[in-house]
Write a protein that binds this ligand. Structure first.
Ligand SMILES: *Cc1c(COP(=O)(O)O)cnc(C)c1O
Length: 369
């Protein structure tokens, strides 16, 4: 018997997550110098890590020989104060992606339906398929925002999870508080809303679903230190839910899944309001810069509030992607998301944003010749 025959049948259908290309890989492939390459492909923070978090992580390394404090006691306490929730409502994870897998362990199985947008961030679909559950995908609206009424209409007796990333990835579009209030009110009692807030901190006014959790609605809000806090490489996130669901999460959470330096960095990051404010402002300015620059070239951009922009390049999006990469600009193709005419571009530094727009301008001019 070979491994393929031994696998759970569900595994055969699962797509592999395709990450953005690392700078070192592109440098090697193209014979470019890594210093001349800008990675605007993985929605990482172009300003780096929160300095307070980084200092704390370095200091914590001397304790690397010990297992981490498994429950995230200090981080959860600090978060509880900051968010005004009970410690029992908080769990930690090695990045917020992990919650989708943990929700899979808890709720997804053959015969279970998981409702999400087409496209939503791919991990929701991967988690469902891994468990043999059925992803039920609801098309986006014409402006590429999520169709909340459509998602509600897709719920059946078999549905256990609705996965809603907000802002969504790869589009960046958002839902408003009023839209979510209506959506949550209409959710049946046998469905858990997995509300993925990876880009929450970039929004000027982010919706707050905590009152709905307190009111007994089945919701888990997942958040991450990967994006605005600049700690993607350390792998740490957290979630807010009812204490009951938090207890179940902790049954399937792998022991010690958040490392010593990651816990220390996250604890310091929670208090780095100055950093969050600085990054939010820089990102908002960068989004405008990219949008105005690209629209001036006749390219349509999707209205979003995350740290990236989805831009329509048309039929030769992939060739533009290749040519940009050959010139040292790594962006993200999204044809695996069913958007072959678009590229997703992460907001970079001021210089990177201007440089990217100039590189696109040069390519389009070449094409026009
Ligand atoms: C980037 C991103 C995440 C973050 O994942 P981590 O595991 O926390 O690094 C989660 N959800 C969405 C929609 C994202 O785009």
């Amino acid at each position: 018997m070979n491994y393929a025959q031994m696998l759970r049948p569900a595994i055969a259908t699962v797509p592999v997550y395709e990450p953005g290309k690392p700078i070192e890989v592109v440098a090697r492939e193209l014979g470019l110098c890594p210093d001349g390459i800008a990675k605007m492909a993985s929605n990482e923070n172009p300003l780096g890590s929160s300095p307070k978090a980084l200092a704390a992580a370095k200091e914590a390394l001397s304790g690397a020989w010990m297992y981490p404090e498994n429950s995230g006691y200090f981080l959860r306490n600090r978060l509880a104060q900051k968010l005004g929730v009970e410690v029992s409502m908080l769990t930690i994870s090695a990045g917020s992606n992990d919650y989708l897998y943990m929700l899979g362990d808890l709720f997804m199985a053959p015969g279970v339906e998981v409702v999400m947008s087409k496209p939503a961030f791919i991990t929701g679909k991967i988690a469902a398929l891994l468990c043999g559950a059925s992803p039920v995908e609801v098309p986006l609206k014409a402006d590429l925002s999520q169709d909340l009424d459509g998602l509600l209409a897709a719920i059946t007796e078999k549905t256990r999870i609705v996965y809603l990333p907000d802002p969504n990835n790869p589009t960046g579009t958002v839902c408003t508080q009023a839209e979510l209030d209506r959506f949550v009110a209409a959710l049946p009692d046998h469905v858990l809303l997995a509300y993925d807030e990876a880009y929450r901190e970039y929004r000027a006014e982010a919706p707050d679903l905590i009152p709905h959790i307190r009111a007994g609605k089945k919701i888990i809000c997942t958040r991450t230190f990967s994006k605005i806090y600049g700690l993607a490489g350390l792998r740490v996130g957290y979630a807010i839910s009812s204490p009951e669901l938090a207890g179940f999460i902790n049954r399937v959470r792998p022991p010690f899944n958040v490392s010593v330096p990651a816990l220390a960095a996250a604890l310091a990051a929670v208090d780095d309001d100055e950093w969050v404010e600085k990054c939010r402002c820089a990102n908002a300015a960068g989004l405008v810069e990219l949008r105005e620059g690209l629209e001036a070239l006749g390219l349509a951009c999707v209205k979003g509030e995350a740290n990236f922009i989805l831009c329509r390049f048309g039929a030769d999006a992939m060739s533009i992607y290749d040519k940009l990469q050959a010139r040292g600009w790594i962006v993200r193709p999204v044809k695996n998301y069913g958007l072959p005419e678009y590229l997703r571009i992460s907001v970079g530094t001021e210089a990177q944003n201007a440089g990217l727009v100039a590189a696109v301008r040069a390519l389009l001019a070449e094409r026009a010749l």
